[in-house]
Design a protein around this ligand. Structure first.
Ligand code: SAH
Ligand code: SF4
Ligand code: F3S
Length: 437
């Protein structure tokens, strides 16, 4: 590598989960605080690919992106690979993709400015350390200006589900301290956030001393200016009584729960090392619904896990029918290098897994449509997040997390809307009155 002028503009492209979106925003704020200007992907002098390693398809995307960038018509940018692929395959990326200048892991991106300087000086720069001192202390204050903002409260995972790379790419479970979170929430609200979504790989495992996630939610609910609180993703074994009660008691906590069960067969759940069975999951959902009857239940499913028989798969269909989802994500099992499931006996043929995936997605889509249809005629508050495709059209979110299209209102408004029509993926609403929130 030869030296070159330091980049003056940047573009961050995030793949994968919401935590990556959060990390991408923080990397952007960090680069901006160093004087770099935000630009689009065609012109930026530094491109950060903030990658995801969860499934093979996600991980391979980065290599095609690198190939495209290396041949960019406006000149090859400096390329930084961040995120979970960087953590999992750092040295391999350097070998496979010579166009890459910087590799930085999810726990080391506070060092991005130094790594970029090294690369500008002609040295390939790699940092995938998981330092004891958290990156959060080294990052600049939040400057986000959006009505809905993410706030990472907990990172990493100690659960080691046998199919999953996250414990390896994100490291051990760490909760951020209470005071730092109240501080960051305040900065987000000052920047215009009316909704905060608390993020964690196992967000409901968050704790600080004796305080759990429900205590944090209760404290945030007292902050003036904040109208809505959400949290994701939860694990069934950390779904404690206090959090369930918060769904009944805290008005600002939105009626939405993303609680993955992954499969409907106890035998498969055991092989996945999920530490809960189907019965325990269904009892949890009953208790959450008793606390908040209108709650929208979302989930994740994996089909084609090694050893999954037809009967196991039928059991997954039964669980979906028993729950009645407002929405759910379903994936074909993807063997990931270094995880125990990748070398288990009984790997399922791709065409069998594909067929199961389609059979699972049908009832999920029906349930989502039914949930959306049931909101027609109701009134609810909608938080407007951005403009829609047609002139004058705005797009916001219902309390249950659905996208709502309306004519009128401005970004950041919390508006009372009557739901007039429902489609599979969004609702249409009529503005009734400006909410006094
Ligand atoms: N921490 C969260 C989410 C982790 S990743 C949780 O435990 O719920 C998001 C989803 O991706 C998982 O819930 C799972 O359904 C899916 N997933 C993870 N590893 C996978 C793999 N190897 N193949 C297919 N899907 C996978
Ligand atoms: Fe992965 Fe399981 Fe941890 Fe979720 S709980 S991040 S699926 S290991
Ligand atoms: Fe992907 Fe890493 Fe998130 S693997 S799903 S970006 S934690």
């Amino acid at each position: 590598m030869t030296s070159r002028p330091a980049p003056k503009s940047f573009h961050v492209k995030s793949f994968g989960c919401q935590m990556n979106v959060y990390d991408g925003a923080r990397m952007g704020e960090l680069l901006a605080s160093e004087g770099l200007r935000q630009a689009d992907a065609d012109t930026a002098e530094l491109i950060v690919l903030n990658t995801c390693h969860i499934r093979e398809k996600a991980a391979e995307k980065v290599y095609s992106d690198i190939g495209r960038l290396a041949k960019r018509k406006t000149g090859k940018p400096m390329i930084a690979v961040a995120g979970c692929v960087a953590q999992a395959e750092g040295p391999e990326i350097a070998r496979r993709a010579r166009a890459v200048d910087v590799v930085v892991g999810p726990q080391a991106y506070h060092n991005l400015p130094r790594l970029v300087r090294d690369a500008a000086a002609g040295r390939f720069a790699l940092d995938t350390d998981m330092p004891a001192l958290s990156k959060f202390e080294a990052l600049p204050k939040r400057r986000v200006q959006a009505p809905s903002a993410f706030l990472t409260v907990q990172e990493g995972c100690d659960k080691f589900c046998t199919y999953c790379v996250v414990p390896y790419t994100r490291g051990a479970e760490v909760s951020r301290p209470w005071a730092a979170l109240i501080d960051e929430a305040g900065a987000l609200i000052d920047g215009g956030a009316r909704e905060i979504t608390l993020l964690g790989q196992n967000v409901n495992a968050w704790r600080d001393g004796a305080r759990g996630l429900h205590d944090l939610i209760e404290a945030l609910a007292l902050l003036p200016g904040l109208a809505r609180i959400r949290y994701t993703t939860s694990h069934p074994t950390d779904m404690h009584d206090g959090l369930i009660a918060a769904h009944r008691d805290v008005e600002k906590l939105m009626p939405f729960l993303h609680l993955p069960v992954q499969a409907g067969s106890d035998r498969i759940l055991k092989a996945m090392n999920r530490a809960h069975d189907v019965g325990a999951y269904l009892r949890l959902i009953d208790r959450v619904r008793a606390a908040r009857p209108d709650i929208a239940v979302s989930g994740d499913y994996i089909v084609g896990f090694p050893g999954e028989s037809d009967a196991d798969f039928e059991a997954t269909l039964d669980v979906v029918r028993a729950i009645g989802h407002a929405q759910a994500f379903s994936f074909r099992y993807s063997p990931r290098p270094g995880t125990p499931a990748a070398t288990m006996d009984g790997q399922i043929e791709p065409h069998v897994a594909d067929e199961r995936l389609q059979r699972l997605q049908a009832p999920i889509a029906e349930q989502q449509m039914a949930f959306n249809r049931a909101t027609v005629g109701k009134s609810c508050a909608v938080l407007i997040e951005r403009s829609g495709k047609r002139p004058g059209q705005m797009l916001g979110k219902s309390p249950w997390g659905q996208s709502v299209l309306i004519d009128g209102g401005a970004i950041g408004d919390l508006i009372d809307v009557e739901i007039a029509a429902a489609g599979p993926l969004s609702l249409n609403g009529r503005v009734s009155a400006l909410a006094m929130v």
